[in-house]
Design a protein around this ligand. Structure first.
Ligand SMILES: *[C@@H]1O[C@H](CO)[C@@H](O)[C@H](O)[C@H]1NC(C)=O
Ligand SMILES: *[C@@H]1O[C@H](CO)[C@@H](O)[C@H](O)[C@H]1NC(C)=O
Length: 342
């Protein structure tokens, strides 16, 4: 639920293989279906289910769980600092991370209130002592939040009005379903564990455990039977990470994915497609693997290259560059990002 579901990505890659291995014929049908999210709205039945969206300015609290490399932390922190239109419009050139967030702001609740463009990094907590061990269930993530908001002396505030908690686990932490079914997920806390209901997201550092699955497209499964995807056509070289670390740069897109979905579906009763609220297809699920125009079916789409050839599609604070997947645009009715060519 609200997870970054890699079934969709793997499905997309599968279709690519299918087409690559067997040529045209009836498989083209499947290929087009996998790609179709970008080009057509016919198959997408995204609906609003009357629940709230994150319309108030978001106070984002980051919980660093485990032992983190400070370089990786600053890449991720700079991405979070780039989200807000107020903090980054002056310092980041177009297309910026905040420009990417504009698509998410197009979603409203039943009062007509849009998702906010204000995302303030309001606190960070360092759980360096692995308070709940190095092997976590999905539910334990809520206990980690509880620990962070009850710590002494430097607890995070328990902000049930406009708080959003982001739990990031280090390379050595195992999380239920991590690397197998999910790279991240979002949900809301239960009062019995945390005291109140607040939205949260979790994303794991995949650089050691499963870069080929969760740090796409900067890594690629060795056993996939084909070379890594090129970015702009036939180039089969793996795409370089814009901040130098496939794990951290890959996490950025997963974090972006989860923040987009938790904002548009914080209590899992607002924006999603499909009839099953326990397995909703949300606004970023519809665009997994798409980072630029023409993306889909194993091709990331048209993205920029820096002078070292690394791929990116948005600019952030302090001259940073990031590669973030696109999200579903409710007005254009297709996947969209600010680096679109059309
Ligand atoms: C709010 O959402 C509506 C409907 O999608 C959109 O037309 C409008 O431009 C949005 N406002 C902002 C500030 O994004
Ligand atoms: C996959 O290939 C890369 C580059 O050749 C290598 O560094 C890495 O160890 C390989 N991983 C596995 C799991 O074999």
């Amino acid at each position: 639920m609200g997870k970054l579901d890699f079934h969709l990505l793997l499905l997309t890659i599968y279709f690519f293989f299918t087409i690559a291995l067997s040529g045209s014929g009836h498989h083209n049908q499947q290929f087009n279906e996998a790609k179709n999210y970008e080009g057509s709205s016919d198959l997408v039945n995204l609906e609003y289910h009357m629940g709230p969206v994150l319309a108030s300015p978001i106070h984002l609290y980051t919980i660093w769980y485990g032992h983190w490399n400070p370089t990786h932390q600053s890449i991720i922190r700079d991405f979070l600092l780039s989200l807000s239109s107020s903090s980054s419009s002056s310092s980041s050139s177009y297309p910026s991370v905040a420009d990417w967030w504009r698509t998410i702001r197009l979603y409203t609740d039943q009062t007509g209130a849009n998702i906010t463009g204000d995302i303030v990094l309001s606190g960070e907590f360092y759980d360096t002592w692995y308070s709940h061990g190095a092997s976590l269930t999905r539910l334990t993530i809520q206990s980690i939040i509880k620990t962070a908001v009850s710590a002494y002396p430097k607890a995070l505030p328990l902000n049930s009005y406009n708080g959003l908690y982001l739990v990031l686990t280090s390379s050595d932490v195992k999380v239920q379903d991590f690397c197998r079914a999910v790279c991240g997920f979002h949900y809301f806390t239960f009062p019995a564990i945390v005291g109140v209901t607040v939205p949260y997201a979790w994303v794991g550092y995949s650089g050691i455990q499963c870069p080929g699955i969760c740090a796409y497209p900067f890594a690629w499964p060795n056993n996939s039977g084909r070379p890594p995807p090129g970015t702009n056509g036939g180039n089969s070289k793996i795409m370089g990470a814009p901040n130098g670390d496939a794990g951290a740069d890959g996490m950025i897109s997963v974090i972006a994915h989860e923040l987009a979905e938790v904002s548009s579906n914080p209590l899992v009763n607002a924006w999603y497609a499909g009839d099953d609220p326990t397995a909703p297809t949300e606004i970023a699920d519809l665009c997994v693997g798409v980072y630029g125009s023409g993306g889909g079916g194993g091709y990331v789409g048209k993205v920029y290259r820096d002078s070292w050839g690394n791929g990116y599609n948005v600019n952030g604070v302090k001259g940073r560059r990031f590669l973030v997947q696109w999200v579903w645009d409710p007005i254009r009715r297709r996947c969209f990002g600010p680096n679109a060519m059309d």
